[in-house]
Design a protein around this ligand. Structure first.
Ligand code: CAO
Length: 420
């Protein structure tokens, strides 16, 4: 049976990505889960795997092409019958063999069409954009350097500009950033330019959007994890025999899932009209991972159903693949709450920024031994204290609930034996 493979929904609002690698050629035999193409979006590199085994009949895209959701990528003759998914359309043989890349119909809104065929090379100014896009940006007093470009080689397309304008308008009419005057820093000494990665630029604009849209409060708390430290040491030793690295993070994820179940508003999102709360009965925790290309937040699904060892293993795998830009689209979406842990690095506290559409995020800093006064023993005793900071959307969560949530989290961590 012949199948046409189309670009699946990449989630996370990504509907256009650039083909960075075509991993197969016409005539290649592929197994289920073999990589067909590698895409680079603003957020990460993603592999599109084969959902069935087969032989490649046609390749309809090339490295450097921009592809959008639903666009045909290649066709295959299947050697095993598989279920047809939303991303695959069975096409009659005659149609498939006659279809070419140029004849492919792509939903209009997903196509980034240059308004003139000739590209204006703006590399000297640090960006690429067509003359029409530049003119519109000039008229609206928009600095194109602040508009993340999704086009070929980071080109800023008309759609990019429109999305940027929409985003600014959605921010309650916040004025479009005025053009900044370029400062010649070389007047005072040696300088070098370092290009921001796509992930840097996208994270930057998402963080800025979150910062401007969400009235944010951060609640600080500290948890006594002296007993948890002992438990972690024991599981760490057991884990080493199975080559599983057990850190504090899986315990924090489990504790968060327990607290989220008890206090469902923290596991919700506002609907698009901001009139309803969407309360979720699944507990997927996003984990901020520091990578050479910037910050990414893969999502670990159904944390409440997994053991500390399951979570440790998954964390090792997902953070390694995040660093190698090998995350799959569904691993980048669907989280209901995020943890940003800087505990392995240090620092006594920080105020994390909510990762929309979530409404809360937990910041974790480095634990330290501290003298804590015991009324019972009338003396100070050493306890291992973990600093926590919970930032939340004040439209959804009030201050008392914020304080109760971290308080409860701290209790759970203090009694982790019960919840592991
Ligand atoms: N207190 C004390 N020690 C801690 C700790 C804490 N809160 N958190 C971690 N540690 C320890 C770990 O247990 C581990 O020690 P051992 O070697 O004895 O097991 C060591 O520090 C290193 O941990 P790690 O950082 O490698 O692992 P992790 O599971 O704690 O974190 C990950 C994994 C992927 C979250 C982390 O590597 C990372 O990328 N952190 C940065 C996240 C970030 O940038 N956040 C900021 C976002 S906002 O800009």
């Amino acid at each position: 049976m012949k199948k046409q493979i189309t670009l699946p929904d990449l989630g996370e609002g990504i509907d256009i990505a650039e083909v960075s690698e075509v991993s197969v050629s016409v005539g290649d035999s592929v197994e289920k889960n073999d990589t067909l193409i590698v895409l680079e979006s603003d957020k990460a590199s993603m592999e599109i795997p084969a959902e069935d085994a087969g032989v490649v009949l046609e390749v309809l895209i090339n490295p450097g092409d921009e592809v959008s959701t639903g666009q045909p990528l290649l066709s295959m003759e299947l050697t095993s019958s598989g279920e047809t998914t939303a991303s695959e359309t069975t096409v009659p043989e005659t149609t498939a063999s006659e279809t070419t890349a140029s004849e492919t119909t792509v939903p209009e809104k997903q196509v980034a069409m240059p308004d003139k065929p000739i590209l204006y090379d703006g590399r000297k100014e640090g960006f690429l954009a067509s003359p029409g896009v530049r003119r519109l940006a000039r008229e609206l007093n928009i600095d194109l350097r602040s508009v993340p470009g999704t086009g070929l080689k980071g080109r800023t397309t008309k759609d990019d500009l429109n999305s940027y304008i929409r985003m600014r308008m959605d921010m309650g009419g916040a004025s479009i950033k005025p053009l900044k005057k370029e400062v010649d820093f070389s007047k005072w000494g040696e300088i070098e330019f370092q290009k921001l990665t796509k992930i840097n630029r996208l994270t930057g604009s998402r963080l800025q959007q979150s910062w401007q849209e969400i009235p944010l409060v951060t609640q600080y708390e500290s948890a006594d994890i002296t007993e948890l430290d002992q438990l972690r040491k024991k599981l760490k030793a057991d884990g080493e025999k199975k080559e599983i690295k057990v850190t504090f993070l899986p315990f924090l994820m489990k504790a968060a899932a327990v607290a989220l179940k008890e206090m469902p508003r923290f596991n919700s999102s506002l609907d698009s009209k901001e009139e309803n709360l969407v309360l979720k009965s699944y507990y997927n925790i996003g984990v901020a991972v520091d990578t050479p290309s910037g910050l990414v937040v893969p999502s670990i699904k159904d944390v409440n159903k997994k053991t500390i060892f399951d979570l440790s293993k998954e964390l090792m795998d997902i953070s390694a693949r995040a660093r190698d830009k090998k995350l799959k689209p569904d691993e980048m979406s669907g989280s209901t709450f995020t943890i940003s842990s800087l505990g392995g690095i240090g620092g006594s506290g920080f105020s994390p920024i909510v990762n929309p559409p979530e409404v809360a995020i937990l910041g974790v800093s480095k634990s330290e031994w501290k003298p804590v006064y015991s009324e019972e023993k009338n003396t100070f005793i050493p306890r291992y204290i973990l600093p926590l900071s919970l930032s939340y959307d004040h439209r959804v969560i009030d201050g008392a609930s914020g304080a109760l949530f971290v308080r409860r989290l701290s209790e759970i961590l203090n009694d982790m034996e019960l919840y592991k």
